[in-house]
Ligand binder design. Structure first.
Ligand code: PAF
Length: 288
């Protein structure tokens, strides 16, 4: 396994692979890897085959964090990440640095961003207004540097995957976006690098996200007809309010393809929620 930090170095290798017809899969990450990321690496390997190349990018992208967010304290452990990538079968770990990715940004020398204007508006976009501009920009740059034929994203960030897929469609990137199943802890909590911020008490309470999903799914499946979204929003808000230190940011019910809000919730509707625990914000989502 190779580690590459240079942007021209990565792009040169990618062009070389392309000339030789090598299939390339990309798993974009911000590091501090867990089993969820590793399942994406294995998925990428299965998609490109033994003769293909799997690239894992590790880059804590500053443009997707608002000034008030956790950029400086975002967890990092590159040594461990490199070992995990090697064990999971990655061929290259791409570790660009800010000075190269956004050269000259602080002095106005970097001024190009990619903005998706519809799917990125609600939910995460409403709570974090500059977030998706940063995500689409860095993902577009990674696509141009790594030239993958397939890129694998996790279903936990359903809206992110939908926004990236729309960008790929709208800007004609010649690649396929694959969304892989969320990996969960035994008690149901979706794996996330941010889980490490939780105190033991918050960690115990954090199961409220997956529990809310399960309870709503059960209610929707038991109902003969659809359930009004407002009723389910109240149910989730009441459930979260019972958990010490938990504060609901949003819960949303929507069409999984268009992300349009659902007024009546039925089987197949997507549900997403975000919950604060102190200064840590966790998200989860699933198909009902
Ligand atoms: O999901 C993430 O970890 C990030 O948003 C991504 C896709 C790597 C872009 O920085």
């Amino acid at each position: 396994m190779k580690r590459i930090s240079s942007l021209p170095g990565m792009q040169k290798l990618a062009l070389d692979w392309r000339r030789k017809g090598v299939r390339v899969g990309l798993v974009p990450t911000m590091g501090y890897l867990h089993e969820g990321h590793l399942s994406l690496v294995r998925k990428a390997r299965a998609l490109v085959g033994a003769g293909g190349k799997v690239v894992v990018s590790i880059y804590v992208n500053p443009t997707q964090f608002a000034p008030t967010e956790d950029l400086s304290k975002y967890p990092r452990d590159l040594k461990r990440d490199l070992r995990l990538c090697r064990d999971a079968g990655a061929d290259v770990v791409f570790t660009p640095v800010d000075g190269d990715m956004y050269a000259g940004r602080s002095t106005g020398g970097y001024s190009t961003y990619v903005v998706e204007e519809t799917l990125s508006r609600g939910m995460e976009g409403a709570s974090r207004p500059t977030h998706f501009r940063g995500v689409t920009t860095v993902v577009a740059k990674l696509f141009l540097l790594v030239l993958p034929e397939v890129a694998v994203f996790g279903a936990k960030d359903w809206q992110q995957a939908s926004v990236v897929r729309r960008m790929v469609q709208d800007l004609n990137f010649p690649l396929r976006v694959v969304v892989a199943t969320t990996v969960r802890e035994p008690d149901g909590l979706a794996m996330s690098s941010r889980n490490v911020y939780l105190t033991p008490e918050q960690r115990a309470g954090a199961t409220v996200l997956s529990r809310s999903l399960r309870e709503v799914r059960r209610r929707v499946r038991d109902a003969r007809t659809g359930v009004p979204a407002g009723d389910l929003e109240r149910q989730v808000a009441e459930g979260v309010a019972q958990v010490s230190e938990a504060r609901l940011d949003y819960v949303a019910f929507f069409d999984p393809e268009t992300l349009m809000p659902a007024v009546t919730v039925t089987r197949g509707t997507q549900m997403a929620l975000a919950v604060w625990f102190g200064r840590t914000r966790l998200i989860d989502n699933g198909r009902l």
